[in-house]
Design a protein. Structure first.
Length: 201
């Protein structure tokens, strides 16, 4: 699940280092990938030259109600593979109706959540406030994100170690939703991401 995903990223980084020892490694991390990357960077900060966080999951906004939250955490101890309907609605994703429709019709995208995964997310999020990105980082946030809590992400960014603060940059995109790179104005957001990687080579 989540911590297994962190291990997968760590193995991937080890593989790249062995195959391409002279190459610089940059990470692009979106949503839950941002949380996974934040954990991985604690161990591999010497091997990664920069990272771009796109609406990183540092706190869930589209949370289940309190009853479902506690029920999920209890059931996760009994059967972590039990699935519940996701609270993320298609319209939360972007202002691009075609992209949202493609998402809704994609049979490979699960519309339910494994409660063991949800419990691991909740446990992982408890440590976020203590974690630093440790390498130059661009944080891209949408002002109208209903999946992750962008206000919390902003507070996290502004709480970063003052000595490191000059290494990082925050971009907030007005009226954009969670899937920045699927938005109608995605070319602008993608250009910002590419420029960050190039400028930090």
């Amino acid at each position: 699940m989540l911590f297994r995903s962190v291990k997968v990223v760590e193995k991937m980084l080890d593989f790249i280092k062995k195959k391409h020892p002279q190459q610089k490694i940059g990470l692009l991390a979106h949503s839950m990938g941002g949380l996974i990357a934040l954990y991985a960077i604690q161990k591999y900060f010497n091997d990664i030259y920069t990272i771009v966080f796109s609406n990183p999951l540092l706190k869930i906004k589209a949370t289940p109600n309190l009853f479902k939250h506690y029920l999920a955490n209890i059931l996760a101890c009994i059967n972590p593979y039990l699935r519940l309907a996701s609270t993320v609605k298609t319209e939360y994703l972007s202002n691009n109706s075609q992209s949202n429709q493609d998402y809704a019709n994609d049979k490979l995208i699960l519309k339910s959540v494994c409660i063991g995964w949800y419990r691991q997310i909740c446990l992982a999020l408890k440590n976020v406030t203590k974690m630093q990105p440790l390498v130059p980082s661009l944080v891209q946030l949408s002002s109208y994100d209903e999946v992750i809590d962008s206000d919390y992400a902003k507070k996290w960014f502004h709480s970063l170690n003052e000595k490191q603060h000059s290494l990082h940059k925050l971009h907030i995109y007005q009226n954009a939703r969670h899937e920045l790179y699927h938005e109608l104005e995605r070319d602008l957001y993608i250009q910002d991401m590419i420029a960050w990687f190039i400028n930090h080579l």
